[in-house]
Design a protein around this ligand. Structure first.
Ligand code: AHR
Length: 505
């Protein structure tokens, strides 16, 4: 049987909205082995580190051009008291991490360690403040501690702890999942809290905060509407008010139920398609939240942030259920590539997205072996790397005049494209588990030279990387791209992700 041929038209000379690099953001919570054992091993570890921060992890993430890192949670953020995490480590009080495994948190990784990590990564910090169990004063002091120059009580405390200069912080979260672990609030209650907390998170000196209100759970559009109404109530419907510059929402890809989410590596083709269909649903969610926002903010001044996304499976057998450690297969990679195509299409409103979570938790980039200390790059990591050229690039609309093959409601071919610095990057996913496809790219308004393509695929959907076989899934050169009269024909084997790059002109 001949392959499905999918015509796709891209006008290379008609740039659309810029794809913010922050759509490729990350999230690191005090959860399981994400911080301790993942990012942070302590100064005395035999693993090469700087100030306790694992350098092989830093090096791997730098290769992704990681744009921002959200910390310290998640649910943990709303029970985190930042003052416990500063000063000499031996004097820092410990606490119980009640959300994640009821383990003791010694606060050895705190504000200074997080800021040092961001500096090593070259990533912007995104701090989630504590609204649920914290005070306005506590949050306001944290902002002052981090960002104020000159002389003030918090500046003196920071200097006493060894940091003279203020840091630059832009992204500031006003709590997390306020509808659940962040305080079990109603939308009205939280909106009032967000106004209060946001007001006292001051812009000190030249530092300008970008305050992100904790938003909806999945399709709770009423939550978004309640928050957006605040802008109007404060007297101006068309300018962002100082208390928030963006609002977030969370959506995880879970094909099963919360009680039995499904296994990361043991699944069949039906499970696979169910997962991809759940992932594709994020398109409807972004559209829904953006439509509500458009009613109150047609000028799109307020950003939409998806600061938690990714697959969530049952934990790996034998691991602590509170640590959310899961493997990562080719299926996870295709969930990621599909999300990115959708994100690129919403670049006019979606300003940031953070995959949960960077190391050893949920849909991680990196898994570290607690015994051998080996580090494994996951298939999802490779999607982030192959797609990094889209960061801060102008999106290019992709028209599919004949549609795409579908399996029930799931379109099984997905594409997005962008251009930056005279280069074009096209990402193509074939989600079909068994059938290849050919995409005929009709490239208008320009031609591409020096075309280079890479492919991420594997023999089986369930294939994954382990310390013993770290490159079972890794990008390889793809030579099944041929020139046509109008552009390029790209062959997409079943269950594959491909990037095609070329120079304009
Ligand atoms: O990422 C794991 C958890 O998922 C986060 O702590 C919470 O915000 C969400 O429910």
């Amino acid at each position: 049987m001949s392959d499905q041929v999918v015509p796709a038209v891209i006008n290379l000379d008609v740039p659309g909205p810029v794809i913010s690099r922050h759509l490729y953001g990350h999230f690191a919570e005090h959860l399981g082995r994400c911080i301790y054992g993942g990012f942070y091993v302590g100064e005395d570890s035999e693993i090469p580190n700087e100030g306790g921060i694992r350098l092989d992890v830093v090096e791997a993430l730098r290769a992704l051009d990681i744009p921002n890192l959200r910390w310290p949670g998640g649910c943990f953020a709303d029970e985190y008291h930042w003052m416990d995490g500063i000063g000499p480590k031996q004097d820092r009080p410990s606490m119980v991490n009640t959300h994640w495994g009821n383990v003791e948190e010694n606060n050895h990784f705190g504000t200074h360690e997080f800021m040092a990590l961001c500096e090593l990564l070259g990533a912007e910090p995104y701090i989630s403040g504590n609204v649920g169990s914290g005070t306005v004063r506590e949050m306001s002091d944290w902002v002052e501690y981090l960002t104020r120059d000159g002389d003030s009580p918090m500046v003196r405390l920071r200097k006493q702890n060894g940091r003279e200069e203020p840091w630059k912080i832009r992204f500031w979260g006003l709590g997390n999942e306020a509808w659940g672990c962040g305080g079990n609030m109603s939308a009205q209650q939280y909106a009032a809290e967000a106004r209060r907390f946001g007001t006292y998170c001051r812009d000190h000196g030249g530092n300008k905060l970008y305050r992100i209100a904790a938003g909806a759970n999945s399709a709770d559009y009423a939550w978004t509407e309640t928050l957006m109404k605040q802008l109007g109530e404060l007297g101006c419907a068309y300018r962002p008010q100082p208390f928030m510059q963006a609002l977030s929402f969370h959506y995880y890809t879970i094909p099963g139920t919360w009680q039995d989410k499904g296994d990361a590596t043991v699944f069949d083709t039906d499970d696979y398609y169910r997962t991809l269909a759940k992932a594709a649903y994020v398109d409807e969610l972004i559209t829904g939240h953006a439509n509500v926002m458009d009613c109150y903010d047609p000028g799109k001044h307020v950003g939409l942030v998806l600061d938690e996304w990714g697959t969530w499976w049952n934990v790996e057998p034998g691991t602590n259920p509170g640590f959310l450690y899961q493997q990562n297969t080719l299926r996870d990679a295709l969930v990621a590539s599909l999300h990115f195509d959708i994100f690129h299409r919403h670049a006019d409103r979606l300003v940031m997205a953070n995959i949960a979570q960077t190391v050893n938790v949920l849909q991680a980039m990196i898994l570290t072996d607690p015994d051998t200390k080996a580090l494994v790059l996951t298939p999802t990591y490779h999607v982030f790397e192959m797609n990094k050229g889209h960061q801060d690039a102008a999106s290019l609309r992709v028209d599919l005049p004949a549609g795409v093959p579908a399996r029930e409601t799931l379109a099984t071919v997905s594409l997005s494209a962008s251009r930056k610095d005279g280069k074009v990057l096209v990402s193509l996913s074939n989600l079909d588990a068994g059938a290849p496809a050919d995409v005929e790219l009709d490239l208008r308004g320009g031609a591409l030279s020096g075309v280079r393509a890479r492919i991420l695929t594997a023999g089986n959907l369930q294939d994954h990387n382990t310390p013993g076989a770290p490159d079972t899934i890794a990008p390889r050169a793809h030579d099944q791209v041929t020139a046509t009269a109008n552009g390029l024909r790209v062959h997409l084997p079943a269950h594959s992700f491909i990037t095609v790059e070329g120079r304009l002109g």
